[in-house]
Design a binder for this molecule. Structure first.
Ligand SMILES: C[S@@+](CC[C@H](N)C(=O)[O-])C[C@H]1O[C@@H](n2cnc3c(N)ncnc32)[C@H](O)[C@@H]1O
Length: 276
């Protein structure tokens, strides 16, 4: 099943408008993103708790890779003066964002105003920039706080290093970052027969066959992220790791032998960082 999915990603990665087609498939027939708007993602609450604890009333927030419904940003819309969102790809979907805003207003999180396009986000104190590489942002020492959810695992190692060096410049002294990083094999999210860490059995040249532009996973482990954050000038205030409870019953590829077992077994982590 996951290999078929990989085949489709490969196909879509090679055709013009493949990315647009993928977004349509994900939003319409699968209805996955639509369902997401009808609940509060526990990760949004974690980010809010970090803001309340470490930097209450932040003026400016920055996020890269915000996704399509901007649910997290709408949820956080009352806690700061302004949120700046940067995305390489214009993933924003006004219908999904509108449904999310309606839902959030129905439970008293915000006051609703219809969202028909990205200009309507101003009402929610959101500035949305896409297509835009966060590396091109030059608002140095501007932001109090940055968050990211399930984005870093889709960015190659060297680019992550550049992004965190940039983020260090963009944040004010003492600025706070909270991050949810998903270390699992994303093919296992839709194929319950697949081990959550199945991708660790492949060496790099085998994995390339399944790791397509439109479904890229860097396979970095927990210790790699700790290294990137420390090298970019951040200290880790807290990190809550979830480990895989299913025993690994296959041989791990040689290139992962340098990692400690805990780093291999980690499934996801919620980090809190501070600019040193
Ligand atoms: C998996 S999606 C984001 C998911 C979203 N955070 C959520 O919770 O639904 C990752 C996004 O990161 C964006 N991205 C990757 N590198 C980036 C960069 N250098 N600058 C801005 N956005 C970037 C990609 O375009 C993509 O839209």
């Amino acid at each position: 099943m996951w290999k078929f999915k990989s085949f489709i990603f490969n196909l879509l990665s090679r055709i013009p408008f493949g990315e647009k087609l993928l977004r349509l498939l994900q939003i319409r027939p699968l209805g996955r993103s639509r369902k997401k708007t009808q609940s509060i993602n526990p990760i949004w609450k974690k980010h809010k708790k970090v803001i309340d604890t470490y930097c209450s009333n932040p003026k400016f927030i920055i996020e890269f890779g915000a996704g399509n419904s901007l649910g997290q940003n709408l949820y956080l819309s009352n806690v700061s003066t302004e949120q700046y969102l940067y995305d390489l790809h214009p993933m924003f979907n006004a219908k999904l964002a509108d449904l999310t805003a309606l839902y959030l207003s129905s439970i008293g999180i915000l006051k609703y105003k219809k969202i028909q396009n990205r200009n309507d986000l101003k009402y929610y104190n959101i500035k949305y920039f896409a297509p835009y590489n966060v590396l091109d942002c030059n608002l140095n020492d501007y932001f109090d706080y940055s968050s990211s959810t399930n984005t870093l695992e889709h960015i190659p190692f060297n680019e992550l290093r550049m992004i965190f060096t940039k983020l260090h410049r963009l944040l004010k002294n003492g600025g706070i970052v909270s991050l949810q990083v998903d270390y699992s094999d994303h093919y296992s999210h839709t194929d319950n027969k697949l081990h959550p860490l199945n991708f660790l059995k492949y060496n790099e040249s085998e994995w390339i066959k399944y790791n397509h532009k439109l479904h890229y996973q860097n396979r970095l482990r927990h210790s790699d992220y700790c290294e990137i954050f420390a090298d970019s000038g951040f200290c880790i205030l807290d990190s809550k790791i979830e480990y895989c409870s299913i025993p690994i019953n296959f041989k791990i590829a040689k290139e992962f032998s340098k990692y400690e077992q805990n780093s291999i077994n980690s499934l996801n982590c919620f980090f809190i960082l501070q600019k040193k």
